[in-house]
Design a protein around this ligand. Structure first.
Ligand code: C2E
Ligand code: CA
Ligand code: CA
Length: 759
């Protein structure tokens, strides 16, 4: 290793970095006085050598602030780490003509010890001077050198103190200019400093919180988790922690905050001195998250639990049954003639009727019972702790009775008829599907027996499965014997057949809808959406044939066909030099059941020479839930590792679960159009969009808003920091042949990329 000898520039830089103040400081003067006394000399000084001059930081017995370098002894002293002794300057040709020697100072004897900051970095000297020639013993030399070290230590301590003052000042400035509450605690957690934001955040002035501990204000339910985290930070297991908990506001309310904290050390490698924490108000985000979680599990019309929550409740009831043998009853409810209310009095009347029914069902439940609306006019009740058929029939009777009073539907008093099918667990069945099927068949028999009645399941033979059953979570109409079900199944079978024929006739094609960057207005890519170019009925959307995506064989066949067409389109666009960005393809849960989905996608891309970095996959949260979910992580990881972007579609409508996002390699999230639709009018929706954007940012994911139809939405989204937008505002899904034209006209007609308009 070669050692660099510091240059004069390095030396001057080192001197500058000490920023020695050019004013007298008593401790330096004291050193000079000590030197005079110790060596019995009339004069002593501390000299700092600049580029062209030397100046005296301290002096004793001399009335001079400094000299030029040419006149100075110290210029010579700083050439080595050794002490420089001139016994008689009048005999030394180097100094004989120096004004210090010839002038009033009358210097004859000089001894200077260099001030050494580091190897080769000599900043000046501590010197003693006499007006007569002298000898200087070895012992005296050593003493002078010791004193020089004291001066050096003073210079360095001055710098450290100044840096500490400066960093304390900038810490304070930072802490006091952010809306987060910044606190510093000692190792016991006692607050030593609290920034003024405490007043807006918690209603306390900083001085009221100093001396308190975070634990004093934390919600009791959150204290344990916080304590655990604190322990991990303290032990060094993690360097920083971020956690959310509730703090008590001075007014007694609870505020949700996000606290990010870590150990504070004066210097790297030193023992920690305490903690620094930043505390941020996240109550609005939390509210939006809670609302999202609620919405994901409740029916918006009646606010009863929806299919998803019902399924979870049913699983819970079954778990209880397994654990301690507590039985329960499942009641399936169906309104009589609901369809005719909808058809004759309109949807609003139908909605009102459903709300009234929901309210009346709620009114007859006991603690622990759960009612849910599964869709349309289908309701279910889980009767907890049901001791036997009498209990369940008692509840059914109360429901029928509650429906007796007519409902006023805008001037039309309407009677409500209700039929109820009952299955008991464990005596009728133990598996959720079987229980539902039994209750369903009992319901069918109740309906057949006339309105306002109920039937118990009676050990009927289980009906055959429908040929094109879906595996959607929740209740499946099990009985092919139920006429409505039969009709639905028939139509599914028909569509299934038609779609197969359409595939064979190459009538299923991708349409492309652009995604636009909110910041620059540039097209970042396209989403491929399935369309059926029907020979007589025009272009059909999945609204007509989407059920086919739920059947594994059909979904795979459609997926394959579309993927190949998309890859072929991308190859053609690439060949034409078209910058189209990324193309996203939707994959349904059913397709994940297929073995080696990742491999087959990568194979197709490779066969068409399409780089994976131009490809994106859109999946909804249902893929993490349905059958085949166990394949999902491996498939997504493999694709993600190969460069394919993974986007979570329809975010906010499913589990809305943050754990999913963390578990899977998700790069993008797409906030569902139902939140974007009313975000200008509905504060809650806007808050949800804002929360998703914030969430995306904190997890390092990009966020796309879909269903953007108006310029106002674009403005709001941009203000919220949403990354991409997609919707009719920019373009409807278009045939592949139109994409090149669209891209060219988009670039040409967008001189100001921020100004969006539809094309
Ligand atoms: P998605 O993935 O959420 O697709 C977005 C849907 O919103 C598309 O409906 C699109 O045409 C529509 N849309 C786009 N912008 C707007 C707008 O500004 N306003 C409104 N009201 N709607 C807009 P589309 O094409 O009917 O597709 C419906 C659903 O069918 C898709 O929802 C997706 O879940 C599924 N789907 C479509 N193509 C495929 C496919 O190739 N494979 C699979 N597995 N599913 C597909
Ligand atoms: Ca999609
Ligand atoms: Ca979507």
């Amino acid at each position: 290793m070669t050692v660099q000898i510091p240059s004069e520039a390095d030396r001057l830089e080192a001197l500058r970095s000490l920023a020695v103040r050019p004013v007298p400081e008593p401790e330096y003067d004291a050193v000079c006085r000590t030197a005079c006394a110790l060596f019995n000399a009339p004069i002593a000084w501390v000299s700092l050598v600049e580029a062209d001059s030397q100046w005296f930081k301290a002096r004793c017995g001399l009335d001079l602030d400094g000299t030029t370098r040419g006149a100075s002894f110290c210029t010579h002293t700083i050439r080595s780490d050794e002490i420089l002794v001139i016994e008689d300057a009048s005999q030394d040709p180097r100094f004989v003509s120096s004004p210090l020697v010839r002038g009033d100072a009358g210097v004859r004897f000089y001894a200077g010890a260099p001030l050494v900051l580091g190897p080769g970095l000599r900043l000046g000297a501590l010197c003693i001077v006499d007006r007569m020639p002298r000898r200087f013993s070895e012992r005296e030399r050593a003493q002078l050198q010791d004193l020089a070290q004291v001066v050096m230590a003073q210079l360095q301590a001055g710098r450290a103190a100044r840096e500490a003052r400066e960093s304390a000042a900038s810490f304070r400035l930072l802490a006091e200019s952010t809306s987060d509450m910044i606190t510093r605690c000692d190792l016991q957690g006692t607050r030593l400093y609290v920034s003024p934001a405490s007043e807006t955040l918690l209603g306390y002035r900083p001085e009221e919180l100093i001396g308190t501990k975070p634990r004093d204000l934390i919600h009791p339910d959150d204290a344990e988790a916080y304590g655990r985290l604190l322990g991990q930070v303290r032990s060094g297991a993690i360097s920083r922690a971020v956690t959310q908990h509730r703090y008590r506001h001075k007014d007694g309310s609870w505020v949700w905050v996000e606290v990010s904290f870590g150990l504070a050390r004066a210097d790297e490698g030193e023992q920690p001195a305490g903690y620094i924490a930043a505390v941020r108000d996240v109550s609005r985000r939390k509210e939006a998250e809670d609302r999202m979680a609620h919405m994901a599990r409740h029916d918006p019309l009646t606010d009863l639990p929806n299919r998803l929550l019902f399924r979870e409740e049913l699983d819970r009831a079954l778990a209880r049954l397994d654990r301690d043998g507590t039985g329960f009853a499942l009641l399936c409810l169906d309104l009589d003639h609901f369809k005719s209310v909808n058809d004759t009095l309109g949807h609003q009347a139908g909605d009102r009727l459903l709300r009234v029914v929901a309210g009346r069902i709620r009114g007859v439940l006991r603690r622990g019972d759960v009612a849910a609306r599964l869709g349309g006019d289908e309701f279910v009740i889980i009767q907890a702790g049901c001791a036997g058929p009498e209990d369940a029939m008692g509840l059914a009777a109360r429901v029928v009775e509650a429906m007796a009073a007519p409902v006023d539907l805008g001037g039309y008093p309407t009677g409500i008829g209700i039929s109820i099918g009952i299955a008991l667990a464990p005596c009728d069945a133990r598996a959720p599907e079987d229980l539902l099927a039994r209750a369903d068949v009992a319901l069918y028999r109740a309906k057949a027996a006339g309105r306002n009645t109920w039937r118990l399941a009676e050990g009927e033979a289980m009906p055959d499965a429908a040929p094109l059953r879906t595996e959607a979570p929740g209740r499946r109409r099990a009985a092919a014997a139920v006429p409505a079900m039969r009709a639905e199944t028939a139509s599914r079978v028909r569509i299934g057949g038609e779609v197969r024929a359409a595939l064979a006739a190459h009538e299923i094609v991708p349409f492309y809808q652009p995604k636009v960057c909110c910041r620059t207005g540039q097209v970042s890519g396209f989403e491929a959406l399935a369309r059926w170019q029907h020979p007589t009925r025009g272009v059909l959307t999945p609204g007509y044939f989407g059920a086919a995506f739920e059947d594994q064989d059909l979904a795979t066949a459609i997926g394959d066909t579309l993927l190949r067409q998309v890859a072929a389109d991308m190859r053609a666009w690439n060949a034409g030099g078209l910058a189209f960005g990324r193309v996203a393809v939707n994959v349904s849960s059913a397709e994940f059941r297929k073995p080696d989905l990742a491999g087959s996608i990568l194979e197709v891309l490779a066969a068409y020479g399409v780089p994976t970095t131009h490809f994106e996959l859109e999946v909804t949260e249902t893929v993490f839930l349905g059958q085949g979910a166990e394949n999902v992580p491996a498939v997504l990881n493999r694709l993600h590792d190969s460069g394919v972007l993974v986007t979570l579609d329809d975010f906010g409508t499913g589990f809305a679960s943050l754990t999913h996002l963390k578990q899977f390699p998700v790069d993008h999230i797409k906030v569902d159009q139902s939140f974007v639709r009313n975000m200008e009018q509905d504060g809650d929706d806007a808050a949800i969009v804002a929360a998703v954007v914030g969430l995306g940012r904190s997890l390092g994911m990009r966020v796309t808003a879909e269903g953007v139809e108006r310029p106002g939405q674009v403005e709001r989204l941009r203000a919220l920091g949403c990354d991409y937008a997609q919707g009719y505002q920019f373009a409807k899904p278009m045939a592949a042949s139109r994409v090149p034209y669209f891209l060219r006209s988009w670039v040409l007609s967008a001189p100001d990329p921020i100004r969006f308009r539809s094309v």
